[in-house]
Structure formats: C-alpha cells, structure tokens
Design a protein around this ligand. Sequence first.
Ligand code: CMP
Length: 140
Amino acid sequence: MAIERTLSIIKPDATRRNLTGKINALIESGGLRIVAQRRIRMTHDIAGKFYGVHRERSFFGSLCEFMCSGPVVVQVLEGENAILRYREIMGATNPANAAPGTIRAQFAESIEANSVHGSDSPENAATEVSFFFGEVDIVG
Ligand code: CMP
C-alpha cells in the first residue's frame, strides 16, 4: 500500500465547539499522522479559490460564508492510503448518511457545517496540500 498525504480542514463549526483535540484523536487512532497543522481564519478570497471547483453549485456562496465564519485548522495527514482512509474516518458528507463512529456522525451539524474536509483524489490532495503548505512546513 502506498504512503499518501491528504489535506484536512477542521471547519468553523468544530473549532467553535472546541473539538480540535477530539477530531485529532480520531485521526491519530485511525492510523494517520498529522505532519503539518496551522490554525487560520479564511478570507472570502481564500475560501472562493479553495472551493473554486464548486463555483457553479447552489451552495457555493453559503459554503464560502460558512468557511470564513470562524477559525479553521488546516492539516496535512500522512499514512497508508491516507486519502481514502481519511474519507472513511470522516464519514459521508451528509452526516445523516455517515457511519457510526465517524467524525461527521459524531460531530457534524449539517451537510454544510460538517466539521471536516478531506481531499477526494490524489490529484486534488496534491493541489490542496500545496494550496496551504510548502514542503518545509511538512515534517513526517
Ligand atoms: P467538503 O468536503 O468540504 O466539500 C464541499 C463542501 O460543500 C462539503 O464538504 C459541504 O460542507 C458543503 N456543502 C454544502 N451543501 C452541500 C451539498 N448539498 N452537497 C455537497 N456539499 C455541500
């Protein structure tokens, strides 16, 4: 199995409820290593660029507004099959469909305020990691 890196974002609904540590514990007990981490406040410009692929979706404006509504924690996660593994640890985008024990089943408030983001493919992981981090920021 390949060692991969994926981008994770702990979203404003989770930082507001002081859940960063609980989410990090689920990431680590799920077998992934947090190899870079920074707490930031997104601007509308950053959120719009990051979610540019969703620009035409009905929820785009609301999503960008939400992502700027409080601090987020951007992270690089590393491990075997990290991209798929993190998607398993997060659970489905809509918490109503998320498997028991997943981050979203435990913490997400709605399909928008769903506590975490994770890259969905190797191509997007590479783009998203380099959107927030340089190689010198990532310490495996
Ligand atoms: P994320 O994995 O960060 O990728 C896009 C985000 O858009 C998604 O999680 C949700 O937070 C948000 N979103 C809001 N409404 C929808 C929707 N109807 N379908 C998919 N994603 C949505």
